[in-house]
Ligand binder design. Sequence first.
Ligand code: AMP
Length: 301
Amino acid sequence: MSLLVTGSMALDTITTPHGTREAILGGAASFFSVGASHFTDIRLVGVIGDDFPDEHVAMLRARGIDMEGLERRAGAKTFRWTGRYAGRMDVAETLDTQLNVLGEFKPTLPGSFRETPYAFLANGDPVTQAWVRDQLAADSFVLLDTMNFWIEGSRDALVEAIRTVDGVVMNEDESRALVGRDNLIAEIGRITELGVSTLVVKKGEHGSILMKDGELFALPAYPLASVFDPTGAGDTFASGFMGAVAESGDTSFRGLKRALAYGTVVASFTVEGFGLERLLAIDRAEIDQRLEAFLEFTSWE
Ligand code: AMP
């Protein structure tokens, strides 16, 4: 079943201990749509400027991604992000953010997109996230991502947006920024009190934890000895999670546990190359092979 994503389309300049890449394709919506295109039909809602290379649009289209919701603004520039990772590479240091066209992004969904049964509101202004959620059918299953920038700067709007969705995905730092530092299970309880039934908290190399209607499930990360570039790990984690949910139509606790494993595996490919490099080189069979290996890794039977 179709899966809609809205979020940033970017040109990223990234430095890791393995080198630098300038103005490569990035952005939460790009990462998510490529990752989730391994599972189901994707509808992309985003905005770019006239500096955005046509080859990226052609590549996304060639993967079967529906680009009707992509707006190209003449005379304006694409969102640009410059980041650096050092040492353990567990935190991105933002060196520069140029919002450009993303600053006034308030998309109107094409009519054909409104009934999309699954949607991912990638990290962005919570007012825009709520605006998009309102345009989707009431029974769409919607997951929201966020980051410290919005938790600190637009807390009230974020809490309002959280109330309108089915699930939230965030990392440990973000969960602490939202409800205060406590033990993780207590933090999860407090986030769900904001009115969300499903929550995924990512803990980087330590894995992730899922809560649905009070039930908990945890997985480690896929064991990798070396990380090349962590950019997009969060968005592609969400892409494997939502891709598996949209493909199976299973939003039960069991279905979400399986989706958490797919999210873990898809993110593990992303960090093995710069930007989207690795995710574009693999096919679904490789994802499923790694899922098998991961299940072996996590089972004691
Ligand atoms: P992540 O999955 O968290 O590593 O997300 C990486 C992507 O987030 C990069 O490709 C950036 O272009 C994008 N990004 C960075 N800062 C922002 C922001 N403030 N709003 C939206 N997207 C962003």
